[in-house]
Structure formats: C-alpha cells, structure tokens
Design a protein around this ligand. Structure first.
Ligand code: IVH
Length: 672
C-alpha cells in the first residue's frame, strides 16, 4: 500500500487526467485515449480512494456512479427565473421579431443561431469551481434539486477548469438518439413500457430518486446560457459560449453568428434537412441577440425574454404504404384503429404502426387499405397518418369500417351520442378492457411498477394469475417462476417492485384506478382534498363539485365508480394487501380549519404580500380564487381594493379588512 502522502498525490493526478480526458471526449469531441484506457485510470482512482476513504471528495470523477436513493427531491429557488421562449413558425414571425427588436434598440443587432435541444432544461451552480447544485427548471421560479442525478452525466464537469467564485449556467440534459433506441429496445425485450421520445427518456431518468438509474442511462448535456457569473465578464453571447467551453462545460458547436435576420432564417432552414444527421434530437433553432447589453436593454416579459425566439421545426414526415388496419380495445372500451405500415424510417426510428384515432377521421381523410399515406411524428411513440396521396391509387384500395362486434369479447360495439369513439359494450366482462385497465394501473404515472410492462401484464393475465389490478399484490414466487422468460432474478425483482409500489402517494393510486374522466391532475386534487380513499369513496356529488376545478362530469363518474360492487371488491383487496390508501404525512385538507372556504384577495395588505396571504390561506386548508362569485366565502380587502370589493358587497359576501383577516387566521391557527 502506498503512503497517505503518495496516495494524495496520485489521486490528484488521476483526477486531473480523468477530467482532461472527459473534456476532450465530451466537450472537444476529440478523445485522446480509448475507453479501455479510461476505465483503467478510473479503476486505479477507485482503488486508491477505497484504501484511503479520507481522500475521497465529492468532485472526484469516481462519484458519478450514483449514490444512495433519496426520499424525495428538495426544491431549489432559482437565482433568476428560468424563462421560456416565444415561438416563430415562419419567415413572417422572424421578421416581426426582428422588427420589434430593431425598434426597441434603434438599430439592427447581430444574432446567434443555435439548435434547440429537445431535452430537460437544467441549471448548474459552480461555487469556487465545484459543482454544488444541479436543478430542473420546474415552474421557472422553483425547480427540483437533482444534483445527484446530474453528477452521473459525464459531460457535466464536477470541477471547472478555472475556479470562478460563482457560475450559474443553464443548459439542457438529453439522451442521444442511439442511446434512446438502445434503451427502448432493451425495455421492449424486458416487456417494459417504452419511452415516447428521447426527451421523456431523459426527463424520466433524471427525475428518479435512485441515481443509479440515471447512471445506467447514457445521458448528455449542453450548456447555452450564463444565468449569473462572478469573477469573469463577457460582452456577447458568443463570448459567453466560448468562455463556457474554456471552463470545460459542454457547449454545442453547431452555432452561427449572423448580421441579418434573413440569413438567420436561411440558416434555420438548412437545419430542417440536416437535423436527421445530428446524433441527438432538436425540435427547432433558437435565435438570440448577441450583444448582452442589448439583451439587457430589451429585457423580458413575465414569460420570455424579448431578445430571443425559438423557431419550431415542422413535424417530420414520411411516405409509406398502409398495409392493414387492426383494431385495439382500450381500457374504457374505445376501439382504436391502428394502421400497419410498410416499415419506413422517420425521425431516427423505423416506424411500422401509426394511429388513426377513430372511424370519422378515416372517413374524413378517405384513408383506404393499400393507400400510400403521409405519416408524421408529433412527440408520441406512435406517429399519425396525416394525409393520403390519391395520385398513387391503383384502384385496388379498399375502404375500411370498424367491426360491429368487439374483436376481443364479441359484445356489441356502440357509439354514444356526441362521441367520435366507438365502444365495446362488454365492460368488465371484456378481457381487453380489464387487461388494459391493469396496464394503466402499473404504468409510470400511476403505480409505476418497474419491470411490469404491457407484455408481462398480458402474460400474467393469460395465465389466469391476475383478474384485476389488486391480484398483483397476491402473486407468489411459485406463480411466476414457471412463466416463460422469467428467471429467479426477474421474479424477485418483480415481486420487490410490486411490494414497493404499495407506498405510492394516494393521487397515483386514484389515477391508477382508471376512473373515467379522472386524469392525473384531478386525482391530485381529490387526494389532497379528501386525504384518503375511504373519504373519497364516501363523498357525494355535491361534496365533490365543491372542489374548484372538479366539475359535475368528473363528480358523477367518481360516484358511479365507487358504487360498483366490482370496484369495491378491488379496493378491499388492495387494502388487505397493505396498499397505502391514505395521503402521506400532510394533514388531510378536510381536517384543516379553513377547509372548503374560498377566498378572494383584493387591494394591498400591509403585513403580507399577495403570495404570502395565499400561502397562509392554503396552509390552513382554504382556497384562493381570482374572481368573486356566489361560492366565495370571504373577500379580503386591503388598501385600495378593486371592483371585487363592490362585487362582494352586491353579493352580500363577508368582507374582511386586514385586521379581520388576521383574527380569522389567528383563530384558525389556534385550531390546528
Ligand atoms: S435559451 C432565456 N437555448 O427550449 C433563454 N433554450 O422553449 C432561455 N432549449 O426551456 C432558453 N435548447 O429548455 C435556449 N440552445 C437553447 C436551447 C433552449 C433547448 C429549451 C429550453 C427552454 C425551451 C424554450
């Protein structure tokens, strides 16, 4: 074993070597050594750090493998709000943008044009050259702290090449097309749910609490904006990008400085054709005023800077032949026609299926079997058929009609008044509906059971091992081990994943139950309001519609769902299996002192900002809405109230002045 001093020296040297190689590989795109040699250096470093754990620092390249899973993400308040961009779709929009900018500046500026990476927006903070925080954009003001996950991205340096006192940069984390295709192929083999596009795959990997997941996925990043910097100065965006490169941050080399918006537009047009050659997906180009003092002069609206605009590419299209139409039955019984296509390359993948939505659309577009069709990708796994090319018709094309009986259970197919969809009338006696319902229950936004994709659900269902979602929690090792493609390890993993899902938050469970018209947002509102599945099940339509944003359609559907004996049985089975049916930690809102009370704020309060007053009310269970109606319980009127005050008077609603509000809050606080 080498001495401590010698180990310290060797570790520092190895760290520097590894960082240099990372820089050459990821930033300069010119590797100096082979992957094999890189791995040997890393092994030496890990060996020394294992021998002398006291020499291990968080900025060591060995720390990218991903540490222990977190319980939840902390929130991060951004230094400056991370704004979004306005959109341009054509030359006219470019000219309008240029006209606005030129008018405000009194001269025509230079622009920098760069690709718009289709990934997850991130902010990185380096203090004294060390990466201390990595966050998602979140709502722009507050993001999630995903430092642990971002550290697994090798392109992101843990230490800058020059130790600036403070640097906060904005960038995009993404997954290259090849890595994305590989990941989906593996997931398909394992029967897991596929990611719709590289953006979802990147976001899905980085928003996992277990950093080992991000570490196992090939992610990458580009930085494109300095949010705040101390210790250096730059005058233009171009210089900023060069400085970031010098500091060791990954910056996209595809960029151009133009003196004229028409040139800028032409450069963007070139990229429409070239985008397919890039190893990563871009969904447009970004046009930015180059000079930073001009940027400051232009400023920003609440949403986006006035000095930049995003040019959105038209969706990618391809032409192929429609060979067949198959009909799938979804979890609500809706029959969806799916086009089977002659395989064709589109947006970096081979496509052999496209959605046709419904029969009306097929008729409207006059899509016939054997037709040559134009397909388009719009962010989903499955592209859509946008048009037929009738000039390719031979006369042998045949029109298509949906079947009158369900292809899965033979029940009659009906079309409800005012709906475009045709539905199987079999309900829960239709195996397809039940199976699809279980697939929804385990899916990523619901109970998120890793390793339990549509194929495995189908396998379990066919083997008669599950008849509803609750049966999953009663599966045993012996049941699974005899199934095809199930080894000891995969059975153990699957059983663990199922057991872990028992602790999912209540809103995920409510969403997973697949109540008609209850999407993820409504599920969250219901979970927050009722705090338990039992309370939700007991609620009548009146109690449900009292929740802002919950309308009569959702309320009726919820009541109908819980009244069904088959659903009650599933819930009883879930409860018996130990699935969490109550809200975690937070006190159920219904138990809070201002529960169900609606407030409207007007005028200026002395002791609270609008936001503080709103947070206070919400913490006590109340809701704040923007306009006065007969459902409003209190109008809190500060100095110089607006028309809401008069409206409250006319509707005879209790008006509280600041003191009145304080005493209400105080007595409510006493009750918590
Ligand atoms: S600049 C204030 N540059 O596009 C300037 N954004 O639709 C803000 N994006 O949320 C962004 N590539 O996540 C900028 N080269 C690029 C970008 C880029 C991708 C994303 C970014 C933003 C979204 C806006």
């Amino acid at each position: 074993m080498v001495s401590l001093e010698e180990a310290r020296r060797q570790i520092e040297e190895l760290k520097q070597q590894l960082e240099t190689h990372n820089y050459h590989y990821y930033v300069l795109d010119k590797p100096l050594i082979s992957d094999w040699e890189y791995d040997r250096l890393m092994e030496q470093l890990i060996r020394l750090e294992t021998q002398y754990p006291q020499l291990l620092t968080p900025d060591s390249p060995s720390q990218r493998v991903g540490g222990e899973p977190l319980k939840g993400f902390e929130t991060v308040q951004h230094y400056h709000p991370l704004l979004s961009l306005g959109n341009a779709f054509n030359l006219g929009d470019f000219r309008d943008f240029n006209r606005r900018v030129t008018a405000a500046l009194g001269r025509t500026p230079e622009y920098v044009i760069e690709p718009k990476i289709d990934g997850l927006s991130i902010a990185l903070t380096y203090e004294n050259g060390i990466l201390t925080t990595g966050a998602t954009r979140g709502d722009g003001a507050v993001g999630e702290n995903i430092t642990q996950n971002l550290k697994t991205i090798k392109a992101i340096p843990l230490r800058l090449r020059e130790p600036l006192p403070l640097l906060i940069v904005r960038g995009e984390a993404f997954m290259a097309k090849e890595a994305f295709n590989r990941l989906n192929e593996e997931r398909e083999k394992r029967g897991e749910e596929l990611f719709a596009n590289p953006r979802n795959a990147a976001a899905g990997s980085l928003r996992q609490l277990d950093p080992r997941i991000a570490a196992s996925r090939s992610l990458n990043a580009f930085c494109y904006e300095i949010i705040h910097m101390e210790g250096e100065e730059v005058n233009t965006h171009w210089e900023a990008l060069e400085l970031l490169t010098r500091l060791g941050l990954p910056v996209n080399r595809e960029r151009k400085l133009v003196a004229d918006i028409e040139d800028g537009y032409n450069y963007c047009q070139e990229w429409i054709a070239k985008r397919a050659e890039l190893p990563y997906e871009i969904d447009g180009m970004v046009v930015k005023v180059n000079n930073l003092s001009e940027q400051r002069q232009l400023g920003a609206t609440a949403k986006s800077p006035r000095w930049a605009i995003a040019y959105k590419f038209p969706a990618e299209q391809a032409t192929t032949v429609l060979e067949d139409i198959i009909v799938r039955v979804g979890r609500t019984g809706v029959l969806t026609p799916t086009a089977i296509l002659r395989p064709v390359r589109l947006a970096g993948t081979t496509v052999s299926k496209a959605t046709l939505h419904n029969e009306d659309l097929i008729r409207e577009k006059d899509i016939r079997l054997g037709d040559t069709v134009v397909i388009q990708k719009a962010g989903d796994i499955i592209p859509e058929v946008v048009a037929v090319l009738p000039e390719h018709r031979t006369g042998r094309e045949r029109p298509f009609r949906l079947p009158s009986f369900c292809p899965e259970c033979g029940s009659e197919v009906v079309r409800l008044e005012g709906e475009a969809a045709h539905r199987c009338s079999g309900g829960l006696s239709c195996p397809a509906q039940v199976r699809e319902g279980i697939i929804h229950f385990v899916s990523r936004n619901a109970m998120d059971i890793e390793g339990l994709g549509p194929k495995v659900v189908e396998q379990l269902f066919r083997a008669g091992l599950i008849k509803d979602a609750a049966d999953l929690y009663y599966l045993k090792y012996e049941d699974l081990i005899s199934l095809e493609r199930m080894g000891q390890q995969s059975v153990t993993n699957l059983l663990n994943a199922i057991a872990n899902s028992k602790e999912r938050p209540l809103d995920r469970l409510i969403f997973g139950l697949g109540i008609r018209h209850v999407g993820a947002r409504a599920a969250k509102l219901l979970a927050d309001h009722f705090g338990s599945l039992a309370a939700l099940a007991a609620a009548g339509e009146a109690a449900l519609t009292e929740i802002p944003e919950i309308g009569p359609k959702v309320a009726a559907s919820v009541v109908r769902f819980f009244a069904q004996p088959s659903n009650q049985q599933v819930i009883a089975k879930l409860a018996k299996a130990g699935v969490r049916l109550t809200q975690e930690k937070e006190t159920a809102v219904e138990a809070l002192p201002l529960a169900g009370k609606q407030f409207v704020l007007t005028g200026t309060l002395e002791s609270y900002s609008r936001k503080e007053a709103q947070e206070l009310i919400e913490r006590l269970g109340g809701k704040v809405t923007s306009s006065v109606s007969k459902n409003t319980d209190y109008v809190v009127a500060g100095a110089k109230p607006g028309s809401k005050y008069d409206k409250a008077l006319s509707l005879n609603i209790t008006i509280l002045d600041e003191d009145g509000f304080k005493s209400l809050v105080n007595s409510a606080n006493a009750g918590t």
